[in-house]
Design a protein around this ligand. Structure first.
Ligand code: NAD
Length: 271
């Protein structure tokens, strides 16, 4: 373990363009359960997974009913604004501030990277604090709408300036990833020379194709002098598909809230 942490420190200090990819695992230590880990929401309640697959069609069929239903449920994670970032989020934010991490691409919808201080965050599956128009792609802060008032006055759904019903920015199953985020994430996977993948089972596509894209890149030394390949590091509680298929170079097995701060300490120790 110590050797792998030291190896990650070296790799991060020597790379030119590192990005982080994160999943539900980085937020479990903040108290948000993941979906597929041993205590995951769907591991405990497989019916919840089924319901999640139906939500997008329900929104398309009847946005008013969708909004009424969602105002009456607390959601899978309860009140997200009461949850705080943990040491893993803060470690990534400091790596960005040091100029090492250029972007964090997260599957999480909990806004915890931003709250920990990361500025360059791509919310691949959206952000629970934002509303988005699926027709013109305009986004609004959730606080711009008094949803409780709209509900009480029977004026749901909230409307976009284009007149269409807004939905949560959170990407539902069977809904396409918003083009801007999908496009930029892919560009980053093509551009990076180090990918630090934290707390994801890497089973949800197309997100899981980002490491595969990075691994599959072939850049000749002639095209990019000094280029020596992409280093892919995983920090996860257990081996994943990326580990088993040798898409990652190495796995540092353990909790992101412990390992990422240790990597950061190693970086700080080197000035
Ligand atoms: P996942 O549940 O499929 O996998 C999480 C992985 O993280 C597992 O391999 C688990 O063993 C590991 N893990 C759990 N706690 C960890 C810790 N403290 N340190 C290191 N590893 C840990 O999650 P996923 O791959 O992100 O896919 C689930 C989907 O659900 C995503 O698309 C995401 O959008 C959504 N989701 C989001 C949140 C959130 O916003 N916090 C929470 C649950 C699910």
């Amino acid at each position: 373990m110590d050797n792998l942490i030291e190896r990650a420190v070296e790799d991060l200090l020597n790379c030119k363009y590192a990005i982080a990819l994160t999943g539900a695992g980085i937020s479990t230590e903040s108290g948000i359960p993941d979906f597929r880990g041993p205590d995951g929401v769907w591991t405990r309640d497989p019916e919840a997974e089924k319901r999640a697959y139906e939500a997008y069609q329900k929104f398309l069929d009847n946005p008013v009913q969708h909004w009424k239903d969602s105002m009456n449920t607390s959601g899978a994670f309860g009140n997200l604004s009461e949850i705080k970032p943990n040491r893993g989020h803060y470690a990534l934010a400091e790596m960005e501030q040091k100029g090492i991490l250029k972007w964090t691409i997260t599957q999480n919808i909990d806004n915890l990277h931003e709250r920990a201080g990361s500025k360059n965050v791509l919310n691949y599956h959206g952000n629970a604090f934002i509303l988005r128009c699926i027709y013109c792609n305009t986004r609004y802060g959730r606080e711009e709408y008094d949803l409780d008032k709209l509900y009480k006055e029977d004026k749901l759904p909230p409307l976009c300036s284009c007149g269409q019903p807004l939905k949560s920015d959170v990407v539902f199953f069977n809904e396409a990833i918003p083009e801007d985020v999908a496009g930029q994430s892919l560009e980053e996977a093509f551009r990076c020379d180090l990918m630090l993948i934290c707390g994801t089972s890497a089973t949800v596509y197309p997100f899981a194709s980002l490491p595969v894209t990075a691994r599959g890149r072939v850049i000749t030394k002639e095209k990019e002098p000094g280029y020596s390949g992409v280093t892919i590091i995983e920090v996860n509680a257990e081996p994943t598909a990326l580990t088993r298929q040798n898409i990652s170079d190495y796995l540092i097995q353990g909790k992101t809230g412990e390992i990422l701060p240790r990597i950061l300490d190693g970086i700080r120790g080197r000035g």
